[in-house]
Design a protein around this ligand. Structure first.
Ligand code: SF4
Length: 311
């Protein structure tokens, strides 16, 4: 039986004041971003007319990540064809595809001197391939212009178009990421245009297409899921041989988005990490501020480079 009783605090370290719903706990407070590294990346993105998910999704880690010289590129514009209840990116009719974008992204990666580039996109369900050829082109160009730079792509589900997925896998991203986001019971509310079995199937197909590749997925917690439901998702993900799992706290981006049902404490995230590692994931990044691209360079360093050297 899949059970785990999460303890909010490490035994003996319970705080005087217990967590109350509504008030953002201290561990989720972050400083306003402002550093030379932050300003440099902002200038580069503006100068090349590029978008980042860091800005569009109002990621709380932007100060830390940009200060360290890392960012996640958002391909194919800033307008998404879907309307997920948790996401800050605007919904609407996206502009015509910018076929020159892959070149500008690859040039920017080279200028930033990245060792690991992370790319994601809005959903472009109106396109026959969902924009898969843009992902494939950027991966190829980055490998060409910045040899030794690994590429991680966080892709949409392409509405189950496996030819589109094949096109991305043929370009050989070092890490293929597709987020599960939440437990199946909450899909209708959280990701109305997505399907849990379809996301699992995508991860299974990616593994089959490139058996030696690294696959990755992420979930948010705090949307009303139970611990047993989280563990069941972990089991489903391991059944399709996913390597890396990220787990982070859902934060409501505005009052028009889904409410936060509960905050998980850092100690609860630790217990979820242990539960994931015990199930056989090669890496579990679990913490209040974890997002799918948070510390992605460290995961790549460990799973692609060091294990390859060790193996
Ligand atoms: S966690 Fe990802 S999305 Fe957030 S700032 Fe860092 S790189 Fe950007």
């Amino acid at each position: 039986m899949n059970t785990l009783e999460l303890k909010p605090y490490h035994p003996g370290s319970e705080p005087a004041e217990q967590l109350t719903r509504g008030r953002r706990p201290d561990w989720l407070r972050v400083r306003m971003p402002d550093s030379p590294g932050y300003r440099e990346i902002k200038g580069l993105m503006r100068g090349h007319s590029l978008h980042t998910v860091c800005e569009e999704a109002m990621c709380p880690n932007i100060g830390e990540c940009w200060g360290r010289g890392t960012a996640t590129f958002l391909l194919m514009g800033d307008t998404c064809t879907r309307s997920c209840g948790f996401c800050k990116i605007k919904t609407g009719r996206p502009p015509t595809l910018d076929e020159d974008e892959p070149r500008r992204v690859a040039e920017t990666v080279a200028m930033m001197g990245l060792k690991h580039a992370v790319l994601t996109s809005v959903n472009r369900d109106e396109l026959p391939d969902g924009g898969a050829h843009i992902f494939a082109e950027v991966i190829r160009l980055i490998h060409e212009m910045t040899p030794g730079c690994s590429v991680e792509v966080l892709i949409p589900d392409f509405q189950g178009n496996w030819d589109a997925l094949q096109a991305v896998m043929d370009a050989r991203p070092e890490i293929l990421n597709h987020n599960t986001e939440t437990v199946p019971r909450l899909y209708k509310r959280v990701r109305p245009q997505a399907k849990y079995p379809r996301s699992l199937e995508l991860l299974r197909q990616a593994r089959q297409m490139v058996p030696t590749g690294v696959t990755k997925t992420g979930i948010m917690v705090g949307l009303g899921e139970s611990t047993d439901e989280i563990l069941a998702v972990m089991d489903d993900l391991r059944a399709v041989d996913v390597d890396i799992l990220t787990i982070g706290q859902y934060l409501q981006p505005s009052r028009f988005h889904l409410p936060i049902e509960r905050y998980y404490t850092p100690y609860e995230f630790d217990q979820l990490r242990e539960a994931g590692m015990a199930r056989g994931f090669r890496w579990v990044e679990s913490g209040p501020l974890v997002r799918s691209s948070y510390h992605a360079d460290g995961q790549a360093d460990q799973l692609i480079f060091r294990e390859a050297v060790a193996g």
